[in-house]
Design a protein around this ligand. Sequence first.
Ligand SMILES: C[S@@+](CC[C@H](N)C(=O)[O-])C[C@H]1O[C@@H](n2cnc3c(N)ncnc32)[C@H](O)[C@@H]1O
Length: 304
Amino acid sequence: MYHETVLLGESIEYLGVTPGGIYVDATFGGGGHSKKILEKLGGKGRLFAFDQDEDAKRNTEQQEFSADPCFCFIHSNFRHLKRHLRAEALRSGSVNGILADLGVSSFQLDTAERGFSYRFDAALDMRMNKQDGPTAADVLNTYNAETLQRVFSEFGEVRNARTLALAAVRFREQKAFDTTADLVDLCSKNLMGDRMRYLSQVFQALRMEVNEELSALEDFLTDAREMLAPGGRLAVITFHSLEDRMVKNYLKTGNVAGEQQKDFYGNIHRPFEVMTKKPVEPSEAETNRNPRARSAKLRVGIKL
Ligand SMILES: C[S@@+](CC[C@H](N)C(=O)[O-])C[C@H]1O[C@@H](n2cnc3c(N)ncnc32)[C@H](O)[C@@H]1O
């Protein structure tokens, strides 16, 4: 299976799909969310699905999404949402619902040559879009120690980030980083705590850096708000505490830092009505069935 969809029932329910409406699935992946949205549209309306990964695009053809006249796939980073939707002749303020299910798919994680996982020996790549930007090996071979430390510590919450960053710089003086095995070797010599957890944290940190995941999310949130119609809904599933905080802040204040904006008269600006006071998390049954759902958090807002 390409990917087991997380929080499927909950996210679609919150999105409140109405037949004839215009919707966006910003992270198509295996198409689990898209399929449900199309069912709810009942042959009327439009669904624009984004994914920056070519393999996800191929997936639309295999699953015959492309044959559905309501469906339009856009092979791009969701940070360019507005530009692409405008090119499809959509005006700002015309979209009824936008969903994003962040991170990587099981297919990406489980495909050895993509380099996302410490479980396989492969080129140290980690790019979701194989045509774009530096690989994880490039990051490890070129960043200075301070920047590497920040990446490990901020994105991976690696406790000995400085030790690991300095060790990476020493490592590459002997041999350039090339494969996931090189990174596993570096981690193994600098482990703190549980081995699997440590490797997951380091690999996740690099993946987030390689794909500029936080800045892409910020751009996406800004575009999503502009494209949504008043009353339109924004639903975002995150898997990382920094992302969850950004989404929470954005829904509340209209910026990811959570700084409250006031108008000339001192009224607090409320961009969204928040539907999820607390984030929606997967049930025990879901996490038992799909352990990768464990850290998922869904937040939803209605554009005011
Ligand atoms: C967790 S999977 C989505 C799974 C999907 N909801 C399903 O039910 O199968 C995340 C997908 O989003 C894509 N993705 C992540 N960040 C992206 C971005 N900035 N722009 C476009 N696609 C992105 C990944 O390539 C991956 O295919």
